[in-house]
Design a protein around this ligand. Structure first.
Ligand code: AMP
Length: 285
């Protein structure tokens, strides 16, 4: 397996693969691979002739108080893990080349980017859509693979691809979880063992929301209150947001409608670590 760092080399490789009629799949990541990432690579392996994983800790999607500097990085380990899933090539560009001097072009998906994660992390999705667009331009994949764990990211990226006629099929993989239900995340590594135990409240709150919905509750404020109370009972947890939104446009309905996919999502600080999770009711994102 090859690791490519330079943009021109990746571009010519992408062009060549396309010219040879290969079905190219891209799995964009920030590295620190876990089963969540690897499951997307396996899915890509099933669907594509050539599987490319990008590893880039993208500075423009981190806020000033975020964890950009201390975000875990281990390219050698990532390459070994990716190899076990049949990835053909890793593209790990340099920040200085992705954002060379004078860089001043950004892609923003308006509206959708300002809600939920975007409300808490100003500018986050502008960074995401800009880098994903650039990765698409460089690699020229036919398919790109994203995890449902970051549901709003999927919704925003799909909007961008549709609005700008990028002609790339977005494939969404299910959220991979630990045995106790905690979603795998590179940020789980920041948790102490006590905090790791406490992190299960995210999943518990979402499951409570789902159970209430299944038993007939449709009122979003009552559902959200029930979810909040579960998190509030955990002393190590602090709610950033608990939200119920239409999965297509992220509007906030008063009552869940049976014919609309609905996203229950939350962001919770466990100690100093901010974790997110979600479930989708009534359909898919
Ligand atoms: P990241 O490296 O955190 O930017 O994630 C890269 C990709 O992996 C994104 O599409 C994420 O949604 C996806 N991902 C991260 N964690 C999980 C998980 N637990 N299950 C499924 N996909 C995940």
């Amino acid at each position: 397996m090859e690791i490519i760092n330079r943009i021109p080399r990746m571009m010519s490789m992408g062009r060549e693969l396309k010219a040879r009629g290969k079905r190219v799949g891209l799995v964009p990541t920030m590295g620190a691979f876990h089963e969540g990432h690897l499951s997307l690579m396996s899915r890509a392996r099933e669907m594509c002739d050539t599987v490319i994983a990008s590893v880039f800790v993208n500075p423009t999607q981190f806020g000033p108080s975020d964890d950009y500097e201390r975000y875990p990085r281990d390219l050698a380990r990532d390459a070994e893990l990716a190899f076990t899933r049949g990835v053909d090539l890793i593209f790990a560009p340099l920040a200085s080349e992705m954002y060379a001097d004078g860089f001043s072009t950004y892609v923003s998906v308006e509206g959708l980017s300002d809600k939920l994660e975007g409300a808490s992390r100003k500018g986050h999705f502008r960074g995401v859509t800009t880098v994903v667009n650039k990765l698409f331009n460089i690699v020229q994949p036919q398919f790109a693979f994203f995890g449902r764990k970051d549901a709003q990211q999927v919704i925003v990226v799909k909007r961008m691809v549709q609005d700008l006629a990028m002609g790339i099929e977005i494939v969404v993989g299910p959220t991979v979880r630990e045995e106790d239900g905690v979603a795998l995340s590179s940020r789980n590594a920041y948790l102490s063992s006590e905090e790791r135990k406490a992190a299960v409240v995210l999943r518990k709150a979402l499951e409570r929301g789902r159970a209430l919905y299944t038993s007939g509750e449709r009122d979003t404020s009552r559902l959200a209150a029930a979810m909040r109370s579960i998190i509030e009972a955990e002393p190590r947890a602090r709610i950033d947001y608990v939200s119920i939104n239409d999965a297509a446009d992220l509007s906030a309905p008063v009552v869940i409608s049976l014919d609309r996919a609905t996203l229950l999502s939350l962001a919770v600080f466990i100690g100093a670590t901010r974790l997110i999770d979600n479930v989708v009711l009534n359909g898919e994102i």
